[in-house]
Design a protein around this ligand. Structure first.
Ligand SMILES: Cc1cc2nc3c(=O)[nH]c(=O)nc-3n(C[C@H](O)[C@H](O)[C@H](O)COP(=O)(O)OP(=O)(O)OC[C@H]3O[C@@H](n4cnc5c(N)ncnc54)[C@H](O)[C@@H]3O)c2cc1C
Ligand SMILES: *[C@@H]1O[C@H](CO)[C@@H](O)[C@H](O)[C@H]1NC(C)=O
Ligand SMILES: *[C@@H]1O[C@H](CO)[C@@H](O)[C@H](O)[C@H]1NC(C)=O
Ligand SMILES: *[C@@H]1O[C@H](CO)[C@@H](O)[C@H](O)[C@H]1NC(C)=O
Ligand SMILES: *[C@@H]1O[C@H](CO)[C@@H](O)[C@H](O)[C@H]1NC(C)=O
Ligand SMILES: *[C@@H]1O[C@H](CO)[C@@H](O)[C@H](O)[C@H]1NC(C)=O
Ligand SMILES: *[C@@H]1O[C@H](CO)[C@@H](O)[C@H](O)[C@H]1NC(C)=O
Ligand SMILES: *[C@@H]1O[C@H](CO)[C@@H](O)[C@H](O)[C@H]1NC(C)=O
Length: 540
């Protein structure tokens, strides 16, 4: 109840603020970009007496500018002296700072980037080709849980680890179906759909939200009722940054058993890795929905021969105890030959730690850490619609060995709840008919563009090799696994056509509805980036 009331009073306050700011009725996008000083002057002019904005303003002259910028860089590829820096960072402390940032940016025609957890794989939240500033959300991270109602209001600057920690503090039998990396930010994760290892039982993160608050292009703070069902749909998987600044989501908690079972086992070629992998392709999306088994393909050095050898890893979460897990596996997937000594029974929140590679028993406080190790990385994605054969898997492992890099292909099984939800229910279209999503991953430590081009080139080659095993026309991709190889928008005259190229891959049949909504709520394309939803081309 308290959260509902505070949202209402926030809306009321915002209404007053909007009148008081009194910007021109429609921004002037034809104005040439003005100087940063003019923009800062506008922010200060519009600073609310009760919530001064100046402690939130960081220019390159402020001594902590670099540390603030770096605090949420999660890909070292964009942490170089050659990477363009923002002319300003606004670390919003209050909703009025978001409103002033938008209103002044429209007035002065500034490109704004919105950053929550900074985990965008292409750095889209903190890098740009043109002069830009960052609206940083990390201070706005309140989590307000109502365990009786099984809901929570979560501000977008919170991390997933904080959400999990706060839920576990209140209940041992509640969880939330979101990503497995605790430092991922709520803002990008939920607005871009979000998935985790509860997906087969409960669907996507956005299948478990009830409401949201966001600041629109006119500086208005809107909740679901005020923004309407179309816009709420759009920010439930279509990416927030094309539509506005999302301030919070109201999430729906889900029930988890007090005891869950986890495992992580590897199988070598001698242990029939490819046969077990091919059996996984037959069962993973059809097995009991309490069971989520991720299948990872990579190549390692054989310690005896020194030769490259295939490795299959099976990473499991079962929503039940070990006895029931084994009865499910004995019936549906005996080929895995899982042993009792290879599984651990534990609580749901400890399973979150286990999935992040912490040993069971680690203090849950680590979920609150905001300083993960950071290296350089590239990710891509694909969708598998029909099982890949044993020979197919062996052929893929051979190609991975040739590529001579620490590449990994991670298969996340679909089916279960995912296959029951209509493909138009949310912007995320990849539902029934999908066996699994693949993530391509490569990480490296070397600095510089030469190394980056080398490793990125390898992921592109592997992606090309995979063509015959995955979706086609369109070759689908997961929006939250941002991949600029799919196309870049320059937000000029060709914006709609550039946007279609990647938009159809990410959103398939839902792309057109996203464009219609975008054209209605942000006709001047203020909220834009390298892969934003474009507006419809102007009729000649
Ligand atoms: C280590 C790691 C693990 C991951 N694991 C998973 C996983 O298990 N499941 C999964 O689904 N995804 C996963 N992802 C992908 C992740 O969900 C996306 O990268 C997500 O967009 C990150 O959100 P963020 O707030 O941290 O990122 P940011 O870089 O801050 O933002 C990402 C995008 O969202 C926009 N945005 C951010 N906040 C807002 C806001 N408040 N309003 C409007 N727009 C906003 C940004 O402008 C940017 O375009 C993982 C990523 C990493 C790096
Ligand atoms: C926008 O700015 C340009 C250049 O300053 C000016 O000529 C034009 O009249 C302005 N348009 C509006 C609607 O304010
Ligand atoms: C950064 O510098 C500007 C200009 O000197 C100042 O207005 C602002 O308050 C400073 N920001 C912080 C966080 O100290
Ligand atoms: C970025 O680069 C600086 C300087 O090389 C380094 O200190 C820092 O650890 C790097 N990574 C991040 C995420 O800031
Ligand atoms: C591998 O599979 C073969 C038959 O396909 C079987 O005979 C053998 O026992 C299996 N090996 C292991 C380690 O499971
Ligand atoms: C594997 O072996 C190659 C040389 O054959 C070496 O360069 C590489 O570092 C090794 N990788 C690991 C993970 O040990
Ligand atoms: C599963 O199969 C194994 C080996 O065949 C057996 O030891 C175990 O008792 C079975 N478990 C269940 C729950 O059926
Ligand atoms: C599983 O539990 C056993 C004993 O309870 C423990 O020794 C082992 O380290 C645990 N495994 C993991 C991965 O935490």
């Amino acid at each position: 109840m308290t959260s509902f009331r505070s949202t209402n009073s926030l809306l009321f306050f915002s209404f007053i603020l909007v009148l008081w700011l009194s910007w021109p009725a429609s921004g002037n996008s034809s104005t040439a970009t003005s100087a940063p000083e003019d923009y800062i002057a506008c922010l200060l002019d519009n600073s609310h007496p009760d919530h001064p904005i100046s402690p939130a303003i960081f220019t390159p002259d402020n001594s902590s500018f670099t540390s603030v910028l770096r605090a949420y860089i999660r890909n070292n590829r964009f942490n170089t002296s050659a990477t363009r820096k923002p002319f300003l960072i606004v670390t919003a402390l209050h909703v009025s700072h978001i409103q002033a940032s938008i209103v002044c940016a429209r007035r002065h025609n500034m490109q704004m980037k919105i950053r929550s957890g900074g985990h965008d794989y292409e750095g889209v939240s903190y890098v740009a080709e043109v002069p830009f500033f960052i609206l940083d959300m990390f201070n706005l991270r309140t989590i307000d849980i109502d365990i009786e109602k099984e809901t929570a209001w979560v501000q977008t600057g919170a991390t997933l680890g904080e959400v999990y920690y706060r839920i576990a503090e209140k209940s041992k039998v509640h969880g939330y179906p979101a990503g497995v990396c605790p430092t991922v930010g709520v803002g990008g994760h939920i607005s871009g759909a979000g998935y985790g290892n509860l997906m087969r039982k409960y669907g996507l993160t956005v299948d478990n939200i009830e409401d949201a608050t966001m600041v629109d292009v006119n500086g208005r703070l809107l909740d679901r009722k005020a923004m309407g069902e179309d816009l709420f749909w759009a920010i439930s998987g279509g990416g927030g940054s094309s539509f506005g600044v999302v301030l919070s989501y109201k999430i729906k908690l889900v029930r988890v058993p007090e005891k869950v079972t986890v495992f992580r086992v590897t199988r070598s070629p001698e242990q029939n890795a490819s046969y077990i992998g091919s059996r996984w392709q037959q069962v993973a999306d059809k097995i009991d929905r309490d069971l989520f088994i991720r299948f990872i393909m990579d190549v390692v050095n054989n310690t005896q021969t020194g030769k490259k050898t295939a490795r299959a890893t099976f990473h499991g979460l079962f929503l039940g105890d070990a006895d029931r897990l084994f009865s499910v596996l004995n019936t549906s997937f005996p080929e895995l030959a899982l042993k009792r000594s290879e599984v651990n029974e534990t609580s749901w929140v400890q399973s979150v730690l286990f999935w992040t590679n912490y040993p069971i028993g680690t203090s849950e406080e680590v979920l609150l850490s905001r300083t993960p190790p950071v290296n350089s990385l590239k990710r891509k994605s694909d969708y598998v619609k029909k099982p890949i054969s044993k020979e197919g898997l062996e052929w893929i492992w051979d190609r991975m060995a040739e590529l001579e890099a620490p590449l990994a292909l991670t298969f996340n099984p679909y089916g279960g709840r995912m296959a029951e939800i209509r493909s138009t229910a949310k912007p995320f279209p990849h539902r029934a008919g999908n066996l699994a999503k693949i993530q391509y991953a490569v990480n490296w430590d070397e600095q510089g563009t030469e190394a980056a081009n080398y490793y990125i080139g390898l992921t592109r080659k592997l992606h090309m090799y995979m063509t015959r095993f995955v979706s086609a026309n369109p070759r689908e991709a997961f929006y939250n696994y941002k991949d600029l190889d799919l196309g870049i928008n320059h937000n000029g005259r060709e914006s709609y056509y550039e946007g279609r190229t990647y938009g159809i891959k990410y959103f398939v049949g839902n792309f057109n509805r996203l464009v219609e909504i975008k054209t209605r709520v942000d006709p001047d394309n203020f909220f834009r980036n390298e892969q934003s939803i474009p507006t419809l081309p102007h009729k000649k």
